[in-house]
Design a protein around this ligand. Structure first.
Ligand code: TMP
Length: 234
């Protein structure tokens, strides 16, 4: 596929959505073609799954861990088919706020064994992987403050499924993310997220720029989109 897939990962409040906005701006300033999406909820049907997964149910019932895992993968299967793969085939830069590493980190931290996660990954994604994953790493004690103030600005509604979990859960999620980064250092670029957003954005760009240039996108000197077409194998 001629496009480039870049995913952004991290615990709640790590600033990945802010960085996604800044990255999008930078890519569009260079006149490059991009698509921006997220998981869960990157498609019309996926938005329904997002509500099912993240909004508290009026009955007070919660999904069991296995049902939740399958719903995240259902969302991903639809997203890959409808948005991600067509955009990559069309030669676009695809930016996604959360992808499969979130499943490995969050559902892993909930106790789903790694072998089970890898069976589902193989079923839904086969060998498909992002070209680059930016992992925004920070201490949950700090990031949850940010997530909580974001939620109180929204009348106290906990926006995401895990915002109200104990700090120890978020510590485990962080460790799961870091574990994946150690396993796949060529794909995952760990970024210290607790610095000024502009400094973080510079680090993001230092990781993204070589990847998109290696895929044949030319940034300079033209402000128009210029592509050197090159066959890439995944
Ligand atoms: P966010 O994308 O708005 O941060 O919220 C999504 C929530 O869903 C967040 O708490 C992480 C969680 N999540 C999983 O548990 N597994 C997954 O596979 C994905 C994509 C997200």
């Amino acid at each position: 596929m001629p496009g480039v897939l870049i995913t952004l990962e991290g615990i709640e409040g790590s600033g990945k959505s802010t960085q996604l906005g800044l990255l999008k701006e930078r890519i569009s300033k260079h006149g490059l073609p991009y698509v921006c999406s997220k998981e869960p909820g990157g498609t019309i049907l996926g938005k329904e799954l997002r509500s099912l997964l993240l909004e508290p149910h009026s009955s007070g019932k919660k999904w069991c861990t296995m049902a939740e895992l399958l719903l995240f993968f259902a969302d991903r299967a639809q997203h890959l088919e409808e948005v991600v793969k067509p955009a990559l085939h069309a030669g676009q830069i695809v930016l996604i706020d959360r992808f499969e590493d979130s499943t490995r980190a969050y559902q892993g931290a909930q106790g789903i064994p790694e072998e089970m996660l890898s069976i589902l990954r193989q079923l839904v994604m086969k060998d498909f992987r992002p070209n680059l994953t930016l992992l925004f790493d920070a201490d949950p004690i700090k990031t949850l403050e940010r997530a909580n103030s974001r939620n109180s600005a929204k009348n106290g509604f906990a926006e995401t499924r895990f915002d109200n979990e104990a700090i120890s859960f978020h510590q485990s999620v962080r460790q799961e993310f870091l574990k994946i980064a150690v396993q796949e250092p060529e794909r995952i670029f760990v970024i210290k997220a607790d610095e000024h957003p502009e400094e973080v954005a510079e680090r993001v760009w230092s990781a993204v720029k070589p990847k998109i240039m290696a895929a044949g996108f030319l940034l300079e000197p033209s402000s128009k989109p210029v592509r050197v077409l090159k066959q890439r194998s995944w």
